[in-house]
Design a protein around this ligand. Sequence first.
Ligand code: SR1
Ligand code: MG
Length: 407
Amino acid sequence: MAIFTTEYFTMTEADAIEYAKTRLNFFDEDAELTCKEIGDGNLNYVFRLVDEKNNKSVIVKQAGPVARISDEFKLSPDRNRIESEILELQNKLAPGFVPEIYGYDPIMNCCAMEDLSDHEIMRTALMKHKKFPLFADHITTYMVNTLLLTSDVVMEHKEKKELVKSFMNPELCEITEDLVYTEPFYDCHRNDVFPASRDFVQETIWNDKALQLETAKLKFEFMTNAQSLLHGDLHTGSVFIKEDSTKVIDPEFAFYGPAGYDVGNVIANLTFALANAKYTIEDAGQREDQIDYLQNTIIDIVDLFKEKFVKAWDEKVTDRTARYEGFKEYYLDSVLRDTAAVSGLELCRRIIGLAHVKDITSIEDAEKRAAAEKECLTAGKRFILERGTLKTGEDFIKVVKESFNNI
Ligand code: SR1
Ligand code: MG
């Protein structure tokens, strides 16, 4: 079919069926295909193709030329190459924690991958107040393996620089520089502030010059510290989960940046889930139970990350100078500092900026939503300003507990 081999266009569901039949060597000859576009993210089109007759299914993910959330964002469809390549690499570094890629198509800017429909998007599951006791263990293995093993302390430096080149992702990085590090910290036209929170945002965030200065320092560190190959957008909407399995998806924001960026995103998004639990679970016992689970998960993530990082460091580090006494502690300290900072930035930007999270926007009662937003912002600001002092899971959760009333 010439149409898929000559020129890029954004596909409809019918096109995706034709594409699967003619370009994917996946379904049987007698397949009876149905297709549904199931993407609910901000950027891409996600087609789920099913052959019920032979019980097979696949996902085809296509990058469009502009973001779905707003056509103000014109984005290179090359992000689909980045996503396909990093998923292949991460499958080697952290086997079992990412979907399998079946193929990448540089003309249609799409890739075919494992259908994970037996899993659920973690944000949705947490909003139903489900618990995943293995998540902390799974996500810390994924993060230590993907972050430490792509760094200069482990990789041969010229090979690492080749990866830096190949994962240059200027347009998606620009989105993060703007939406995470810049716009939320002044009264930018693109922000989307809940009216009942606006005075608090003005007073606590926009009027705070010391906070602004710290965000500037962090932004330039984000842009210049090519430490590890990041996922780059590791929130709970980028995780497919079920009781015994965790799969990290959607790494299209991948690039070489500070390792703490990924860890901080996880911590912040669990904090949003905690805010959701606090303000939407009516039964006091169930509410306390869910909040406890989320607090313990945050503690475990920080502490397990450190434990596994140290173990992997001792086993895998190749650079001679990285073995000098004290360097491992110095390096891990800087990752934890960035983790705290990014927890704070993500907590602020999802409340003030353009891209919100459903954990918060689904809180129907306006007073409760505003209360949740203020608590997230209070924690966020503290994480940024106190980033140099937070070293353990207990230190992280103390900031959350002191920022959220009565938990
Ligand atoms: C224009 S994209 C907005 C946000 O959605 C993505 O998932 C990233 O988090 C980005 O910041
Ligand atoms: Mg995404």
